[in-house]
Structure formats: C-alpha cells, structure tokens
Ligand binder design. Structure first.
Ligand code: HEC
Length: 175
C-alpha cells in the first residue's frame, strides 16, 4: 500500500507544477473582455439610408428626354415630312428606345442613332427604311441581333415615319 501511495504522490508532482502554468498560459490566450466584442464594426452606430430621388417618370411613347421637343431638320429628303418625323418620334418610343436609348443616344445593346456615324449604312433615308425592315441578324459591334422592325408590329407607313425620325436624329447637328 505505501509503495502505491508514494508512486501516486510522485506522479502528482508534475501536475502540481503544470496546473498553475496552464492557467497562466490559458489566461494569456483568452483575450480580455474588451477584445472581440469591441471590434469597430460592431460598435458602428446605425447608418441612416441616403434619400435617393425617384427616377423621372417615363411616359409611354416618349422617345426623348423629358421636355424634348420634336426633332426639326431643314433638309428632309423628298417625300419625307415633319409630320412623319413627329409620328416616328412617338413610335420610336414604343420599341426602339429599349435598345437605342432615348433620342437615339445608344446603349449597351444598340448603337447610337443620333449622329452621322453608321455601322451598316451610309445614312440615306431609303437605307434606314430598309435596315429597320430587315433588322440586323448579324451585328458587328453589339452583342445581340436586332429583329426585323425591332420586333415591333409596324405597318410599312409607320416604318417610313420611324425612319424619318431616325434620319432627323442623325442630322440634328446639321451634318
Ligand atoms: C433588341 C435591340 C434592338 C431593338 C429593339 C432595335 N434595334 Fe436597331 N439595332 C440593334 C443592333 C444590335 C444593331 C446593329 C449593331 C451592330 O451591328 O453591332 C442595330 C442597328 C440599327 C440601325 C443601323 C445602325 C447603323 O449604324 O448601321 C438602325 C438604323 C436601327 N437599328 C434602327 C432601329 C429602329 C428604328 C428600331 C425600332 C423600330 C430598332 N432599331 C430596334 C438593336 C436593336
């Protein structure tokens, strides 16, 4: 019995030494109370949402920016009238605007139509009529095709009006 007890005490000795050491080590590892809980992000107060103005209302059929008047061009081709340009402006706003932007400014899926730069045509009135009718099955610079008549259900007469508007848009600068 004695023998066993002695061995037992001897075995306890290292524990007696190590135990306080372990406590010291542990306390060194456990961060003090003001550690993680005081991370800056957690303490950040409520950030009020910034008041953003509502986007301007878009009227169906409006082709240009709000308040934009009719596009007037002095030298319309024979057979093309200002009335056609005005009607075309309304029709343009139903479909074409989605890809070519308000007043033909262009966008991520359709080229600008408000300047003298053309990708497929030289900008003559009849060319504009023809490309709107056919659409562009194989676009050269933009990711997706333009369907015939832009996918709109327009009569021949309406396409001629839309073309008048596009023609006028492209010559606004007097070019
Ligand atoms: C789905 C998008 C889309 C719609 C809708 C659309 N277009 Fe296009 N349009 C295009 C793309 C794409 C091209 C060719 C761009 C290219 O070749 O990279 C194009 C080309 C054109 C061109 C020739 C441009 C040039 O520089 O040669 C004209 C003119 C044109 N569109 C007018 C219209 C009109 C008018 C409408 C409405 C009736 C219309 N488009 C509707 C996407 C569209």
């Amino acid at each position: 019995m004695r023998e066993v007890l002695r061995i037992g005490r001897a075995a306890m000795r290292p524990i007696a030494v190590l135990a306080p050491l372990a406590v010291i080590l542990a306390s060194a590892c456990i961060p003090p109370d003001d550690g993680y809980n005081k991370v800056v992000v957690r303490d950040r107060g409520h950030i009020p949402a910034v008041a953003m103005p509502d986007p301007p209302p878009v009227t169906a059929g409006a082709a240009g920016p709000a308040g934009a008047g009719p596009v007037v061009v002095a030298d319309l081709p024979a057979g093309v009238t200002q009335e056609m340009v005005n009607e075309g402006q309304q029709l343009y706003g139903t479909v074409c605007v989605a890809c070519h932007g308000g007043a033909g400014v262009g966008g991520p899926v359709g080229p600008a139509l408000n300047d003298s730069q053309w990708i497929h045509i030289t900008g003559q009135y009849e060319e504009i009529v023809s490309i709107i009718n056919s659409g562009v099955a194989q676009p050269r610079q933009y990711p997706a095709a333009m369907p015939p008549r832009g996918g709109g259900n327009y009569t021949d007469e309406q396409v001629r009006s839309i073309s008048a508007y596009v023609y006028a848009l492209s010559r606004q600068g007097g070019t």
